[in-house]
Structures are given as C-alpha cells and as structure tokens.
Ligand binder design. Sequence first.
Ligand code: NAD
Ligand code: UFG
Length: 341
Amino acid sequence: MSTAPVVLVTGGAGYIGSHTLIALHEAGYAPVVVDNLDNASLRAIERVRALTQAQIPFHQVDLRDGPALSQVVAQHQPQACIHFAGLKAVGESVAQPLRYYHNNLLGTMELLRVLEEAECFHMVFSSSATVYGDAQEMPLTEDVPLSATNPYGRTKLFIEHMLFDVAAAQKRWRCMNLRYFNPVGAHPSGQIGEDPSGIPNNLMPFITQVAVGRRPHLQIFGDDYSTPDGTGVRDYIHVVDLAKAHVAALAALPKITGCEAVNVGTGRGSSVLEVLRAMEAASGRAIPYQVAPRRAGDVAVSYADPSKAQRLLGWQAEHDLTAMCQDAWRWQEQNPQGYAG
Ligand code: NAD
Ligand code: UFG
C-alpha cells in the first residue's frame, strides 16, 4: 500500500485544480478529487491520469451533500485538503447572488464540518486578489484592508473570515488562504487548460479564442486608464507556477499557527495591449481588437507584492508572459473547442 500523504482536492476537475493534481503527484502526494462537474469535464481528470500515469480517484459529489462527502473522507482519510470548489464568475454572481452564497458558503461550511469530524485540520484555500476591493496602493501586500465589490468577492472574503474563526476556535487547524492574482496559461503538454463555458469573461481565454478563429475580435475595456498605454494592468501568473504554490503551501502548513493569507502573483503588471502583442507573437496570428467602454467594477492596476510567498512558502513564479501565452496557445490550438472537441 502507498504511504504517499492523501490530499483531498475539492474542485479538482477545474482549471487550476487539474493542474494542481499534476504538481501534487510530481511532489509525491496522493490526490483524491471531489467535484460536482458543474463547471468542469471528466475529460480533464482522464487527461491528468494519462499524463501522470496515476489512477487518481475521482468522486462526483457536491460539497453541500454532507453524507456523500463524509463517505469520501472516511474512505480516503486525507491528511490535508486543497479547496478549489466554488463558482467564480463575477457578473453571474451579481445576477444570481443567492446561488453564489449557497454554493460557495454552504459548500465550504459542510466541507469544514466533515473535515473536523475526520480530524483533518490542514487546508489550503483558493482566495483571490478580489479581496483587496478597489485598493489603490500598489503593489498589494497582504495587510491592505480587505473589502469586496461584488457577491463573488464577498464569498471569498467571508470564507477567509470563516477559516480565521475556525482556526481560532480549534487550535489544530492550519489554513493557508492563497490570494491568486490572474491565473493564465496551461500545462506545457497542451493536454489540459482553461475551458470556460459560453463567452469567456476573462482576457486570456477570450484572446486565444480570437486567435483560433472562434471569435471575430477582442473588445478592450477602456484605453483611457492612467497606465503607460491606457489599458488595464494585471499581474498574470502561469497556472503551473500557481499549482506549485499549492504544493509549497501544503508543505509549509506544519510551521504556521492558525491561518495565514499569502499573495500568489509574479509582482509584475502587464497591460491588455502587452498581453495581446505577446499572444500575437506566440500564435503567429494577428488578433483584431476594438476599444470599448470601461467595464464596470474594473480597477486600472492590480499587482502583487509576492515577497511573503517567498519568505513563508519558499515559492516564486518562474514563467514570464511569453511562456504563459505560448502554453495558453498550445492548449487552445490543440483543443479549439476545449474538452468538448
Ligand atoms: P473552475 O470553475 O475551473 O473550478 C472550480 C471547480 O469547482 C469546478 O470544477 C466546479 O465543477 C467545482 N465546483 C463548484 N462548486 C462545487 C460544489 N458545490 N461541489 C463540488 N464541486 C464544485 O475554476 P478555477 O479557475 O479552477 O478556480 C478554482 C478556485 O480558484 C475557485 O474557488 C475560484 O474562485 C478561485 N480563483 C480563481 C481565479 C481565476 O481567475 N481562475 C482567480 C482567483 C481565485
Ligand atoms: N479585459 C478586456 N477585454 C476582455 C476581458 C478583459 O479588455 O474581453 C481586460 C479587463 O478590463 C482587465 C484585464 O483585461 O483590465 C483583465 O481582466 P480579466 O477579466 O481577465 O481579470 P480581472 O482582473 O478582471 O479578474 C480576475 C478574475 C476575478 C478575480 C480577479 C483577481 O476574473 O475573479 O482576477 O484575482 F477576482
């Protein structure tokens, strides 16, 4: 029997989760996936199994189904949990706030209850730079006052508070709230990547769909920000680097007490036009665009101070924007219709 530490990965069939399964396997962990497939395809799991040559267990379970979740936890007895499962579309959360609160908050509450029962007290949680609201001072450090500008962001904020509260009440808890900046890119194999349903909300999948011919042009939301070229600036982080940050966070849990929040970004900002040019170079294709009005709720600039991740996790990003675009393009070119193709 294998002695690899078992890690429960909620939302493991999704974009970031599937990449993290590979990083976990490579680091000697035994991941077990729980996902309701609400926003994912079983093909992602099949491809991860093929890439790793490992029979990663998969359970199609909704986190809000306590008895089913308990059964999975009793069967595998995880030593830690990486909690990705949640709904993540900002605009949808404004239109359907109750669906977001129900899914993200109740799902997390049920998960925490089941893990406590099983005495599994180690957790890495997918938080987001969205918890910095519209903070203006860059780079963003973890002690910037937190706020939220939409229901999705509020679920992240509430869950961070929830984890601080449970860790204060039960001293065996160790939680790492990883605040991701803008995850992009794909596994270098081109076998797994981001596969948004419907029209992509985020820049990178939209750009790759234009490059591959699925959409006629990109809309750039505003070119009159006070940034060097007038377009919005973000801290894009390669999903493989992000996956490795989760492995580093798991390894660091024993040396912290309670809960810690950690930024996961590169510390460098890129504008929309820079990303577009980098993707043109990676794909060898022209990417037509039109300038449109600013998108409601967007900030001009957002990038991380990632020094705490280096200090606490011994982690730093390794991939630059060129690599992010090359890998995102390889995935899109090999899978023009995503997993459905
Ligand atoms: P994703 O949608 O690809 O993955 C989330 C997964 O969770 C999906 O596979 C979905 O089917 C599953 N899921 C949702 N609700 C569930 C439930 N109740 N029970 C079981 N499974 C459920 O998203 P992603 O981009 O991989 O993001 C992962 C996490 O990181 C999310 O919590 C997201 O909010 C957070 N995050 C993402 C970004 C980003 O830009 N991608 C940025 C910051 C934070
Ligand atoms: N943009 C365009 N056109 C598009 C899409 C985006 O010009 O079609 C611009 C935006 O205006 C912004 C930049 O590209 O300047 C990045 O936008 P994204 O939608 O890719 O990313 P955001 O920074 O708006 O938001 C993302 C996630 C949020 C998360 C946040 C911080 O979608 O969930 O990063 O982690 F909260």
